[in-house]
Write a protein that binds this ligand. Structure first.
Ligand code: PMT
Length: 365
């Protein structure tokens, strides 16, 4: 029997309804063609290649059809963009489904205000623009990896903006990936909105902030904006049961802010959706620790060693370890070492997953 949602409807029913009543993104058919070509290329040229769909960044919830305002969330796409690089290092081909203008693999090292690319450049005496001496080595490495991914058609970048765009894209990609069978991996790191305004209730034009802004004779007083949001149906069960290739591995993320809820919520998600792994993370420690929760009751913490933790403005280091429930469980926590460069936790997460994925494929064959 299919799992039921809180409202009693079977999961698949709600999902179908969502796709019938909300419009697909304009770019959907061109994205579908690109994805088909990408998968076909790897099926023909490297039939053993594993392919991962990485979802990344936040989703917007528009308040108007001709959108001026929208609700958004904090996700910059760091987890997704960084993980995509490590998946490429592990030999995967990567479909990177990301929020438009969020961080991208490779260019993330030189984008946005914290890593503004202009700070890496200089003007040479002869007037040429050059990369500053101290950044040459790292930039060469990044550039080589980027070229390798591009030249070998290993990275497909597909953008989305709204939560509805994201869900249409996810469904299409999962179905297009079906010929990959158990070589497909889903790594759902996007921060997907749980609430939205259905199309039939959405304002067409910009919501006016004053009574008479629309041209009437009102008082001109500003008014409250009360927004009624509906729950977005949970699509994970439909992904697992119908869209994704049979035998594929599905990994979702669970984000919490309260340490005492993290592990139990991750367990609940596994029970509800019957997928392979939930990676739990706390907002305030997500760059330094995550927990792998599997259906056999395992709670495995992965931590960046203290000496290798990069500084983070929003992070709270005292909370590291506070969400751990089953003390004494196995850790991947390489203590000690001299600080050279901050270690990215994705460099620990992704090889672990690649190993799990390989083992799983071997068990299935
Ligand atoms: O981008 P960064 O700043 O680096 O941050 C990374 C991150 C914290 C966003 C990332 O590590 C993370 O935790 N992403 C998932 C956050 C989240 O949306 O959790 P959730 O509890 O809302 O959803 C859990 C899972 O259900 C998700 O894998 C999602 O794909 C899935 N889901 C969510 C909503 C929905 N309607 N249907 C779903 O299937």
């Amino acid at each position: 029997m299919p799992p039921h949602q809180a409202n009693g409807l079977p999961a698949g029913h709600e999902a179908d309804d969502y796709f019938h009543t909300n419009p697909p993104p304009k770019a959907l058919s061109s994205h579908q063609s690109l994805a088909r070509e990408f998968i076909q290329y790897h099926l023909e040229n490297s039939p053993r290649r594993k392919v991962v769909l990485v979802t990344s960044g936040g989703t917007t919830v528009p308040l108007e059809n001709q959108t001026v305002r929208f609700i958004d969330n904090f996700s910059a796409g760091t987890r997704g963009a960084t993980s995509a690089e490590y998946f490429l290092q592990e030999g995967y081909a990567v479909i990177f489904l990301h929020r438009q203008f969020s961080l991208l693999p490779y260019s993330r090292h030189y984008s946005h205000s914290t890593n503004c690319f202009l700070d890496f450049m200089d003007e040479a005496e002869d007037g040429r623009v050059i990369v500053r001496k101290e950044y040459q080595d790292k930039m060469r490495r990044v550039l080589q990896q980027y070229h390798h991914a591009k030249d070998n058609r290993l990275l497909l970048l597909l953008p989305f903006t709204t939560v509805t765009d994201y869900l249409f894209e996810l469904r299409s990609l999962a179905v297009i990936m079906q010929p990959l069978g158990n070589r497909a991996l889903f790594y759902l790191a996007a921060a997907v909105s749980d609430f939205f305004i259905p199309r039939e209730r959405m304002e067409e034009h910009k919501i006016q902030s004053r009574d008479n802004d629309a041209g009437g004779q009102g008082s001109g007083a500003s008014r409250q904006l009360v927004v009624n949001l509906d729950p977005v149906p949970k699509f994970l069960s439909t992904l697992v049961q119908s869209w994704a290739p049979k035998g594929s591995m599905i990994v979702s993320f669970k984000l919490e802010t309260n340490p005492s809820l993290l592990v139990s919520k991750a367990e609940q998600a596994l029970k509800r959706y019957h997928h392979d792994l939930v990676i739990g993370n706390l907002l305030s420690t997500r760059k330094w620790e995550v927990v792998f929760v599997t259906s056999d009751g395992e709670e495995r913490w992965i931590r960046v060693p203290k000496a290798r933790r990069s500084k983070s403005i929003s992070g709270v280091e005292e909370l590291v370890g506070k969400a751990e429930r089953k003390h004494g469980m196995e850790h991947v926590d390489l203590e000690g070492g001299t600080v050279t460069e901050g270690m990215e936790i994705e460099s620990l997460i992704v090889p672990e997953l690649a190993l799990m994925h390989t083992k799983r494929m071997e068990q299935q064959s």
